[in-house]
Design a protein around this ligand. Structure first.
Ligand code: 4AD
Ligand code: MG
Length: 463
């Protein structure tokens, strides 16, 4: 018999059609004359209702074993459903149980569980409605990202995960070593002797693929990298992970304005794609998690983002009749409460803030003529705060060298990065979109640990 996924059956299945489905039992309801079993196979939010008649072989035994969590294969014919809320159901002629799930001990019960509790069951939580919807949307976002760039002739490049340089200069890197931690070799001055380590010098997990993306942009003009990045910042917040995915386009012959235009078009494209492909899941989030999800998607797609400078942002924050925990001062970084005030309360849409003070941004950002600010741009989203961070890059060799030294980074490590400014340098720009923050923003999920299958955060590595 034809094997079909439930999404396909619910969409196109016709009465009298014979087929087989495979999935996991969500619920069971036994009446006198027959029983209903809801099956889910992850292809969509909705379950397929299966009707079992007592004339089915081994009816009593099978019914007893069809518990929440059991894996099954059901063959039968589709019939029009008399029940409300579904068009079609499956009348079973054969049921095979692959694996039982003992209802006495299976941790996922019919009732709703808290997300905190489900985090302790990361190996099972994908079988719930919310996490099913999250991971389908995550998949759709990834496809949208590739499609957006591929349609525009960007080359997808694969940047390394192990690196010798600190892209952000923030020193928040995990060390990668094969040294024996019980017997670390030391130099005469009692420093770790990295010459004996695997790479002969310190190595880390990358915080960003940007520096390598810049290399590739000087050959292919428009490139992007999309992969995991790592930060050892000890931020136990609902918006930080130690391992997260980042999308980083890099464009040669592109200034800050071109960079902002692309980022805005990009976000609109992803939202539109997901609304097209995953409307049912988006509706679910709107109903169950945050009732502004659909309106907010609409707002992203149809309205222009606000664009202000950092200096204007500071002025607006100073004028705000709101008490902030952190004082607002020109030269200090915007805190998440400030970012959220601007995007959520003041403009009620994403805000692109440009031209931050040179002292709070990374060494590679292009110095503006005022020499006080750099050509940076952050996109702030309602409820999340910073979702994109980017800039025009410093393409002038002398200024870049000076900036690296000012930030007390080791100039020698960046020799190849500086070569890009020695040979055929071009104005160029790029940005990084935090993939999990995007999904949080899109779905209304409150905690970033609930939009990645296996979150890594301080003291969190069980799965
Ligand atoms: O602003 P960030 O640090 O920028 C960069 O890494 C640049 N190299 C990007 C570029 O220009 N190519 O990080 C970019 C984005 C942030 O805006 C945020 O959305 C996300 O990455 N991000 C995190 N997401 C989850 N957990 C963390 N610890 C994050 N740190 C940054
Ligand atoms: Mg940033």
């Amino acid at each position: 018999m034809t094997k079909l996924r439930i999404a396909e059956i619910l969409k196109n299945g016709l009465p009298e059609q014979a087929l087989t489905v495979q999935g996991w039992v969500r619920t069971k309801r036994a009446l006198k004359e027959f029983a209903f079993v809801e099956i889910n196979d992850g292809s969509c939010l909705a379950n397929l209702q299966v009707v079992l008649n007592p004339d089915l072989p081994d009816y009593t035994d099978i019914l007893k074993r069809l518990n929440t969590g059991a894996s099954v294969e059901v063959s039968g014919v589709l019939v029009e459903s008399p029940a409300k809320g579904q068009r079609i159901e499956l009348k079973a002629s054969a049921v095979k149980i692959y694996g039982d799930a003992d209802p006495e001990i299976y941790p996922l019960q019919k009732k709703r569980h808290s997300f905190e509790f489900l985090r302790t069951l990361a190996h099972l939580r994908a079988r719930t409605n919310t996490f099913g919807a999250v991971f389908r949307i995550r998949n759709a976002c990834a496809m949208a990202i590739h499609q957006f760039f591929q349609e525009r002739g960007f080359l997808w490049i694969h940047t390394p995960i192990i690196t010798g340089s600190d892209c952000e200069g923030a020193g928040e890197m995990f060390t990668v070593t094969s040294l024996n931690l019980k017997n670390i070799p030391k130099t005469p001055s009692q420093e770790v002797d990295y010459s004996q380590d695997f790479f002969g010098k310190p190595a880390y997990l990358t915080v960003s693929g940007q520096l390598e993306a810049e290399v590739m942009a000087t050959a292919f003009a428009n490139v992007y990298t999309f992969g995991p990045t790592f930060r050892a910042e000890n931020s136990n917040t609902s918006r930080h992970l130690a391992e997260f995915w980042m999308v980083e386009p890099e464009m040669a012959f592109c200034d800050l304005k071109g960079n902002m235009d692309l980022a805005e078009e990009f976000l609109k494209y992803i939202f539109k794609y997901v609304m097209d492909k995953c409307y049912e899941d988006m509706e679910f989030f709107n109903q169950r998690i945050d009732n502004t999800v659909l309106a907010s998607a609409d707002n992203i797609i149809n309205n222009q983002f606000e664009r202000i400078t950092y200096t204007e942002a500071i002025a607006l924050l100073e004028k705000a009749d709101k008490k902030f925990e952190y004082t607002v001062r020109w030269g200090a970084d915007l805190q998440s409460e400030h970012e959220r005030y601007l995007a959520e309360e003041l403009f009620k849409k994403p805000v692109i803030v440009t031209d931050y003070p040179v002292g709070i941004k990374a060494f590679y950002m292009r110095l503006n003529e005022d020499e006080k600010t750099v050509a940076a741009m952050d996109i702030l989203a309602p409820k999340i705060g910073e979702i994109v961070g980017g800039s025009q890059r410093e393409e002038r060799l002398d200024i870049l060298q000076r900036r690296i030294q000012e930030q007390e980074l080791n100039l020698e490590n960046y020799w190849w990065y500086l070569d890009l400014r020695r040979y055929g340098t071009v104005p160029h720009s790029g940005f990084g979109l935090g993939f999990e923050r995007l999904i949080q923003f899109m779905t209304g999920m409150g905690n970033i640990r609930d939009v990645i299958p296996f979150p890594r955060a301080p003291l969190t590595i069980d799965f």
